[in-house]
Structure formats: C-alpha cells, structure tokens
Design a protein around this ligand. Structure first.
Ligand SMILES: [Zn+2]
Length: 254
C-alpha cells in the first residue's frame, strides 16, 4: 500500500484525483529499476505496468539481424506497458532501463479494471498515448532527416530532462543502441561533441554535458517534441472535469 505522497514522483499518477488514484493504490508496489534491466521483451505478454518515479527507460525496436534502435524514452513523465489497455496484444517493443531509478508497478489486469471504471485514468492514458505518438512520429522524421550528432544531442537532452543531473550515466554501448548506429560511430560522435565543448568529459560510463551547448547542438526536434508534450500534459491537467473529485464510482454506466 502506498499513500498519495509517495507517488507524486510520477506525473501520470499525480494527475489523478484521490478517488481515482485510490482504485490503483492498493495494488501499487514500489520497485527499483536496475540499469540495463529489461522490463519487457518484444513478444511478451504485458503482465505489469510501470510508473517510474526516477530514472529513464527506453523503448527499443529489435530488428531480426540484432540491430536495435530506440523509439521513445520515458521516465517520471510516463509509464511502461500502459498501451496494454488498447487490447491483449503482446509488447511490440523491448523496454530497457537506461538510467537506474525507482517505479511503482501494478498488474496489468488491475490497471485495466481501474481504467474501465475511471474517466480520469482514461484521460491520463490518452495524454500519455498522445505524448508517445509525438515521440514515435517526430522521432521517425528526425531519424530520417537529421545527422547523427544532432540526434545524439536530442537523446542526451531528453534523458537530462528526466534525471536532472549533468553527468549522464550512459555508456557508449547504450548510446549506440539508442541511436541504432555502430560503436565506432558513437565514438566519433562523442569526439565531435567533446571538441565542441558540448560533452565536457566521458569516462567510466558517465557523460558530462554542457546543457546550453547541448541545446545548440541538437536539431529543432528536441524543442518541438518537448513543447508538444508539455502542451498535451497541460491540456489534460486543465481539462474541465465534470466528475466531482471524490465521486466514488465514476462512469459505472459507461
Ligand atoms: Zn531532429
């Protein structure tokens, strides 16, 4: 059991009125997310949904030849496995912890039951889905149109937003998987970013960044994606909610 004060770390859970959060709280279990742990694999049935409080998790698309590329990164702003409410499909991605942290997990079946009962939970899922679509769609355009240094800068900025420390615990192997490029390319990218003062140092799996310079090095995609996502989240927190906040069983007839 968790009280509400224990979950303000996750933005989606924090959006929920107390009564709606109460549908989930008996089943939420706090866990730690270990770096490089796989939360789900492509083809797995989604058994658990994770609401991170800290850390960063990437959604990876695995190609048949062993190559991988990231399609999205989520942290305290989102969830992993939440699209399981769309239907009993198996996971289309592998979710890997890139930066260690903590999360609340809930069995997918419990979450689905609450989702059916609560319009506030449905709105939170809708907001998160829209935010993910921004990452998928804009990310596809960025991957096709923008150079690898700019894309690397975009991922570093995104992860910096989630963990809020200037030395990002990312290995070159991790960056190579996120970007879908070879290790040798990552080495060249880091050398270029270091020469430009964007990366201050890179050793023992820690990449120390200069945030203002990193923003200049990234393509416009970072800012566009961040602004669109913020807009979506504000819209849903400010949306007029015709349910009384303490109504016990909203939408029982729906
Ligand atoms: Zn771009």
């Amino acid at each position: 059991m968790m009280d509400r004060s224990g979950i303000v770390g996750n933005r989606l859970l924090a959006m929920l009125p107390p009564a709606d959060f109460g549908l989930l709280s008996p089943y939420l279990q706090k866990i730690s997310l270990e770096q490089d742990a796989g939360l789900m694999r492509t083809g797995d049935r989604i058994e658990q949904i994770y609401f991170p409080h800290s850390g960063a998790i990437s959604f990876m698309l695995d190609m048949t030849n062993g190559q991988t590329v990231a399609t999205a990164v989520v942290g305290h702003d989102g969830a992993v496995g939440i699209l399981s409410v769309l239907g009993p499909a198996r996971s289309s991605v592998t979710a890997v912890v890139r930066v260690a942290g903590t999360a609340s997990q809930i069995p997918a079946s419990r979450f689905l039951a609450a989702f059916r009962q609560s319009s506030a939970i449905r709105e939170a899922v809708q907001a998160h889905t829209r935010a993910l679509l921004v990452q998928f769609q804009h990310g596809a355009a960025c991957n096709a149109l923008h150079p690898v240094e700019s894309r690397a800068a975009r991922w570093l900025l995104h992860i910096h937003d989630l963990i809020d420390r200037d030395d990002l615990p990312l290995t070159q192997e991790s960056l190579s998987q996120l970007l879908g490029v070879r290790r040798t390319t990552v080495t060249q990218v880091i050398q270029k970013l270091r020469a430009d003062g964007v990366v201050r140092s890179e050793r023992r799996g820690l990449i120390e960044i200069d945030r203002p310079r990193l923003e200049k090095a990234a393509c416009e995609c970072y800012e566009i994606m961040r602004d669109k996502t913020e807009h979506i989240m504000h819209e849903s927190t400010e949306a007029p909610n015709d349910d009384a906040p303490v109504r016990a069983a909203p939408d029982a007839a729906g």
